[in-house]
Design a protein around this ligand. Sequence first.
Ligand code: NAD
Length: 236
Amino acid sequence: MKVALVGYGKMGRTVEETAAARGFEVVDRFTRERPLRAGDATRRALSGVTALVDFSVPEAVPETARAAAELSLPLVIGTTGWQGRLDEVRELAARSGIGVVRAANFSLGVNVFYRLIEQAARLLSALEGYDPFIHDWHHRFKLDSPSGTALEIQRRMARYYGEREVPITCQRAGYVPSVHWVGFDSAADTIHLEHRARNRQGLAEGALLAVQWISGRSGFHDFQDVLADLLPEGLA
Ligand code: NAD
């Protein structure tokens, strides 16, 4: 399968390395200096591409989605921090008929972690005296704070905590790819769930799984839809 990268920074390069190992061919790379724009030359260069893989900057996402729609190319979006423009991109996908998979975190482990957290929140919110909290720690270069993953965890916990917003604390220091903790603290004890990414490769693997999955599909999807297809029936 052929892919083209939108954004060629830490994640774009990791996707490229992982793609080579998984038998994908990266045919082009778009950057700040050379953003993706629809046009005949681009259409020719991207002929045969299964999907575009976007790990760039939040402000570029709507314009990239517009170009993808004009080029009729599916889009896998890993960029975070553009939730304010979500409806616009969702609408673009619906109108153009292209497929979009987006995730604040493409790691399979994190997507299973979301489900474990929901299960814990469902149980512990039903009891008196457990205060929930989220902590997000990323490397010093990360631009958005809280992380898209922390916000997604908070959104999922909101189903059980309603009006009471689960607090997020953030730490931007050092070089760790990412760590997320979810805690439930009572006078008697603390329950701690932790996800720690060891490297960026798991994220790139997930994005490439999404490329395979979106091929031949349309509409706006979350990576949870991809995960659901990987799990045996009954667990999905
Ligand atoms: P980075 O700073 O290393 O790279 C960003 C890249 O975007 C650069 O190559 C830059 O040239 C490019 N860029 C800037 N403007 C552009 C434009 N208009 N068009 C195309 N490219 C443009 O950042 P990174 O660590 O690679 O992360 C990129 C994004 O992915 C961030 O939003 C980050 O939070 C997110 N991220 C998501 C996941 C996930 O699993 N969803 C994982 C890691 C990072």
